[in-house]
Design a protein around this ligand. Structure first.
Ligand code: HEM
Length: 437
């Protein structure tokens, strides 16, 4: 998958590598290396420029968005100001809305699916994830826009990931006439995202002017930061809009697709997880926050899916200063990489690493610190991890509650790396409605 030339050093500590022939760097996998890279130097190292900042001149997140902000005081202030939007208590208040939106998708699935046909659940997961983050984070209903359809939005996001991947791994991508069509489509995706962000901001300001009640969501936090911070321009609010839509949609939908694909191929695991759901929701309409924390087996399934298929399977940084990483001196301006995909498959950490065994997460005492970090660690760890876990539990939980899943016998799960790791050709599954649903 990754075109890596590896030379192992002792203790799978540092691997010197050449990355796709033209980028030299260091891969860090050891516990001490991860600590040095993400905790000791976590707030110091530069996050690398990527296609997500600017693509061929088109601004996506710019350098203002939280994810691509190079660090330092501006990033620290912004992270501090946005953290409350992801506070556990606040996220609990979003659970009813997440349930309600997922229920609408379940009804749609019941109407549109036929027990004998295979349907692409990856498409449904993408649709569900983007609707949810846009509505909960920014008060936008992407389902009912006059200017653009849901299909156009999802196609646009798909082109964007193809374009980003092309540019990230081919330095001549933007200059190659063969890529002109994809380059144009990718730029159009950037325009669309920024337009949606500007519309949301304008709409919210109008609502505030008219003294209408508005939600305390991500956009409200951005507007509140603006009140005291002249450095936070409208363009930067839109940088964050693009950041949260892309970071919140692409990752979560891919995890949900992998989880469903794995459940469909492992009927024993699926039955156990479905039984857990049945016991939890007995006599209730929806899941509440206690139910989510009691979904211990489904949580193991999700963790195991993220071990085998970590959607963020490559994390890059650039050293700002000469640094010691796992006792090795790494010079300034070196590209340092961490590969969760590789870490999740190391025999030194996992028994039978290629097998899908959710039970391994039932007892995690034997798991060494930093050997499983799908959301990263340190100051730049994922801000949306609890949001994502709540969403995945609600969506997958409700699907399990209402449907039995099966996969085509001749199709394996094939992951594809396109900045994030996702299923290569969608996730074709057959859904049979449960008698009790
Ligand atoms: C299962 C789903 C998710 C996974 C596996 C995941 C994983 C990660 C990882 C590994 C990082 C660090 C990336 C780096 O430093 O290069 C990250 C950062 C980030 N994630 Fe997530 N993420 C998920 C869902 C979300 C959601 C739902 C949101 C927002 C609603 C979100 C927003 C962000 C943001 C803004 C950052 C940058 C944080 C900073 O630099 O301060 N993520 N995520």
């Amino acid at each position: 998958m990754f075109n890596l030339y590896l030379k192992w050093t002792e203790n799978y500590g540092l691997i010197w590598c050449r990355f796709l022939f033209w980028k030299a760097g260091v891969v860090v996998l050891s516990v001490d290396g991860i600590k040095d890279m993400f905790i000791t130097n976590g707030g110091l190292y530069k996050v690398q420029k990527s296609s997500l900042t600017y693509f061929g001149g088109q601004r996506f997140t710019g350098y203002g968005g939280l994810l691509n902000n190079v660090g330092g005081d501006v990033w620290r202030r912004k992270r501090h100001a946005l953290d409350p939007a992801f506070h556990k208590k606040y996220l609990q208040s979003l659970i009813p809305k997440m349930n309600e939106m997922t229920r609408a998708m379940i009804e749609q699935l019941k109407q549109n699916t036929n027990a004998n046909d295979f349907i692409d659940m990856d498409w449904y997961m993408k649709k569900s994830a983007i609707l949810l983050i846009a509505s909960i984070g920014y008060g936008i209903d992407l389902n009912n826009r006059e200017d653009v359809s849901m299909e156009q939005i999802l196609d646009s996001m798909n082109d964007m990931m193809d374009g980003f991947f092309g540019e990230a791994f081919d330095p001549l991508f933007l200059h190659n006439p063969m890529n002109r069509h994809l380059t144009r489509k990718t730029k159009e995706a950037g325009c669309l995202l920024r337009r949606l962000g500007h519309d949301a901001l304008k709409h919210r300001r109008d609502q505030i002017k008219q003294n209408l009640e508005t939600p305390v969501d991500l956009l409200a936090h951005s507007i509140r930061i603006q009140e005291n911070s002249p450095w936070y321009s409208d363009e930067e609010v839109v940088d964050d809009f693009v950041t949260f839509i892309v970071a919140g949609f692409e990752t979560t939908s891919n995890v949900m697709s992998f989880v469903l694909a794995l459940l469909a191929r492992n009927p024993g695991v699926s039955a156990w997880a479905a039984q857990e759901m049945t016991d939890l929701v007995e006599g209730k309409q929806f899941l509440d926050e206690d139910d989510l924390s009691e979904m211990s087996y489904l949580e193991c399934v999700i963790k195991e899916a993220m071990r085998l298929y970590p959607v963020v399977s490559l994390v890059r940084r650039s050293t700002n200063v000469d640094s010691i990483i796992d006792k090795h001196l790494i010079p300034t301006d070196t590209q340092v990489m961490f590969l969760p995909f590789l870490q999740g498959r190391l025999e030194e950490i996992w028994s039978e690493p290629l097998s899908f065994k959710p039970e391994r997460f039932l007892k995690t005492e034997s798991l060494k610190k930093f050997t499983y970090i799908p959301f990263l660690v340190g100051p730049r760890k994922c801000i949306g991890s609890t949001f994502a876990m709540n969403e995945i539990k609600i969506v997958v939980g409700q699907i399990l509650q209402h449907f039995e899943l099966s996969a085509p016998s001749d199709e394996d799960i094939e992951p594809e790396f396109r900045i994030t790791l996702g299923p290569k050709v969608g996730t074709r599954l057959r859904l049979r409605e449960r008698a009790t649903s």
